[in-house]
Design a protein around this ligand. Sequence first.
Ligand SMILES: C[S@@+](CC[C@H](N)C(=O)[O-])C[C@H]1O[C@@H](n2cnc3c(N)ncnc32)[C@H](O)[C@@H]1O
Length: 205
Amino acid sequence: MATSITYRSALIYELSIFMLYGRHYSSRYRTIAELIPPNSSVLDLCCGPAVLYERHLRQKPIEYTGLDINEKFIKRIARLGAHGQIWDLRSDTPLPPADYVIMQGGLLHFLPDASPMVDRMLQAARRQVIISEAIRNFASSNAPLLASLGRWLTDPGTGRHPLRFTERTLDDFFTAYAARVDRSFLISGGREKIYVLNAKVTGDE
Ligand SMILES: C[S@@+](CC[C@H](N)C(=O)[O-])C[C@H]1O[C@@H](n2cnc3c(N)ncnc32)[C@H](O)[C@@H]1O
């Protein structure tokens, strides 16, 4: 199945994200990068063309691995000098371990029940899981044309994903992880919300 135009090249992807986030484009990635201390390993799921690595993590001593279903994006990571692997995250294969396991703008692909995905992230993380998800988007617009455009533009080749998070449904989703939530806050002018989860809760081990 073909991917939507947004995912056909790194340039088109970056332009689309830039158009969507405007002046918040850079801070969208920078905020996540600031949560990751030097000398740690990062597993970035649904990493796309690895803009986070290229623009914000590459200058730090970080061991970065990106996983994505998109072959073009993964080839680009190798050219950037990091490690990437084509991986369909719908499979329940255990994830490679890392200090920080992150996912930005990817959780919607695992709806209606994203908890098996988050559980696998927690199993792989030695320190924290960082998830940032859009809570305002076209695909859940009341305008049918905008909504269908939004869904069409975010098909990674696995079919259109009609479901999206709102701030309320995202907060509801993470109540099941309340014991692990370190903090949560809005970024990108309120378009996205970050949840930081501790891999271990007090009393573990
Ligand atoms: C909105 S992009 C986010 C990219 C990057 N994290 C960012 O914020 O710039 C979503 C990414 O999820 C990937 N993706 C969607 N479904 C996937 C799956 N089942 N397995 C692995 N990657 C998937 C797509 O190929 C795409 O690169």
